[in-house]
Design a protein around this ligand. Structure first.
Ligand SMILES: C[S@@+](CC[C@H](N)C(=O)[O-])C[C@H]1O[C@@H](n2cnc3c(N)ncnc32)[C@H](O)[C@@H]1O
Length: 491
């Protein structure tokens, strides 16, 4: 993961100073060349704060309150200084699954938007550089070391872990080590780097491995969304749709943009970096249209990005809308296609945001409001509601909703409110879903029509070529006949 891009899609616009506590930063900074330490049992000052999973992030171990008030629960600014014990029941179990090793499985039905895991890193490094994992690993407590060692190991060939170990971690001038010691140390370092490589997630500006989240297997149609929440300093995993009891919980290892990769690209990355071939619904859908849809979705997403920020000079980018009205239609199509493809996380938020922004630009206030609300809904579903970092940076859906609300008020329109006795949310959602399904079907129909047109054109071209060859042959035959009839005239 450190090098294959990442398991994680960074949605947080992270300000390192906000997200990393001074103590954590201290931990990270003392990691570097000391990593030449040759002893696995070197002083164990845990780089991570343990691995409490499923404590739903409700507890905070730091308090900004004054000493006195922090001890007085009745004080206005009282804040607990202890980490609250886990309150939510464990919603999953770790089980072995054929062909995948261990995985997490729902032990009861899990409704969409449920926080399934919230845990602190087991081992964290400050940059995307695998060799940095060795130092903090050596400082782990024995229990954390055991948890780390139990994780899956894979050594991606392109990472050249042995070279990384010999060149970056071993001190060739150290005369106290003989060849056997060096080989043993190299093997240990390969094991740690390989384990880190295939289990890490993006964590702020660095990478981290987690005791529980790192057991999540991959799917190109994930049912959970993982992200590091700097506000609570924990990795969180939320259900992006209703999950049935017994269903495997799967996230994506390909990051947000991975949604737009076609099957062959996904296979290449997953095989190269994690050593497996994905057999999820999208990868199994050979010839079923998933690849075509993902390609079109990627084209539309990129086209919209070029529309918003400008595209590369001198390159003709397909799907760039010519005007805001076209952009709105494309953003709506993208929403429908993402939903149709079962991609329900951050890329969907982005598509809703785009639709809302363009609608606002077109002064289509109600639509702008509706899409902003959808974005907020999906954001809450994937990330929960403790998102102060996101709000502070102005990137959260709630910040956008506020902008739309102000625009509506300025335009003399009040933000729409749900009418009493009106349609229930469930009815509305069902209607929206039906509408979306119809649009997706329409898009698929259009695609199929375009495909068959392309095939007809290809066939016509091939027929034309065949006729040309046939005509040449005929001419050649006639010429030979003539030559045979009038040999004297030959040449
Ligand atoms: C982060 S670990 C996931 C947990 C792992 N299965 C375990 O036993 O600890 C990543 C590894 O799990 C396996 N894996 C993940 N997703 C998979 C999938 N969809 N199909 C097959 N193997 C998968 C691969 O071996 C991969 O290198």
């Amino acid at each position: 993961m450190a090098t294959a891009g990442t398991l994680s899609h960074i949605y947080f616009f992270v300000n390192k100073d906000i997200t990393t506590s001074t103590e954590e930063r201290k931990e990270e900074h003392i990691q570097s060349p000391e990593s030449h330490s040759h002893s696995l049992s070197r002083s164990a000052s845990p780089a991570s704060a343990g691995s409490s999973d499923n404590d739903s992030g409700s507890g905070s171990s730091s308090s900004s309150a004054s000493k006195d008030s922090s001890l007085n629960p009745l004080a206005a600014d009282f804040a607990p200084t202890f980490t609250a014990p886990p309150t939510a029941a464990k919603l999953y179990e770790v089980r072995e699954i054929a062909g995948k090793g261990l995985g997490l499985f729902a032990t009861s039905p899990i409704p969409r938007g449920t926080c399934i895991i919230s845990e602190k890193p087991l081992l964290r490094i400050s940059e995307n550089a695998l060799h940095l994992a060795w130092g903090p690993y050596c400082r782990l407590s024995n229990a954390d070391k055991k948890a780390f060692d139990a994780l899956h190991f894979y050594s991606p060939p392109h990472l050249h872990l042995e070279d990384a170990s010999r060149m970056q971690l071993i001190d060739p001038t150290d005369s106290t080590m003989d060849t056997e010691d060096v080989d043993e140390l190299v093997a240990d370092q390969i094991r740690v780097m390989g384990t880190f490589a295939c289990n890490n997630f993006q964590c702020g500006t660095g990478l981290a491995v987690f005791a529980t989240t790192s057991r999540l297997n991959h799917s190109c149609v994930p049912n959970v969304h993982h992200s590091f929440n700097p506000t609570i300093g924990q990795q969180t995993v939320y259900a992006v749709r209703d999950i049935a009891e017994g269903e495997e919980l799967c996230t994506t290892y390909l990051g947000g943009q991975g949604v737009y990769y076609v099957r062959a690209q996904r296979i290449e990355i997953l095989r190269g970096s994690y050593g497996f071939t994905c057999l999820c619904a999208a990868c199994g859908d050979v010839g079923g249209g998933s690849d075509g849809r993902r390609e079109v979705m990627g084209g539309i997403a990129y086209g919209l990005q070029c529309f918003q920020y400008g595209g590369p000079a001198g390159v003709e980018v397909p799907y760039v809308p010519r005007n805001p009205a076209e952009a709105l239609k494309q953003a709506e199509d993208l929403v429908c296609m993402l939903v149709g493809e079962g991609v329900l996380s951050i890329e969907l938020c982005k598509a809703y945001r785009m639709a809302s922004m363009v609608a606002l630009n077109l002064r289509e206030y109600e639509r702008a409001w509706e899409y902003a609300c959808h974005e907020a809904d999906v954001e809450r579903t994937c990330l929960g509601s403790e998102l102060q970092d996101l709000v502070r940076s102005g990137a959260g859906a709630t910040c956008w909703i506020e902008k739309v609300r102000v625009a509506l008020v300025k335009a003399g329109r009040a933000p729409p409110v749900t009418k009493r006795g009106g349609k229930t949310e469930r009815q509305k959602a069902a209607k929206r879903e039906k509408k979306m399904r119809m649009r997706v079907e329409k898009i698929a129909e259009k695609e199929a029509q375009m495909k068959s047109e392309r095939e007809v054109a290809k066939e016509a071209k091939a027929a034309e070529k065949r006729a040309k060859v046939e005509a040449q042959r005929e001419e050649e035959r006639k010429r030979r006949e003539y030559d045979a009839q009038f040999p004297g005239l030959k040449g």
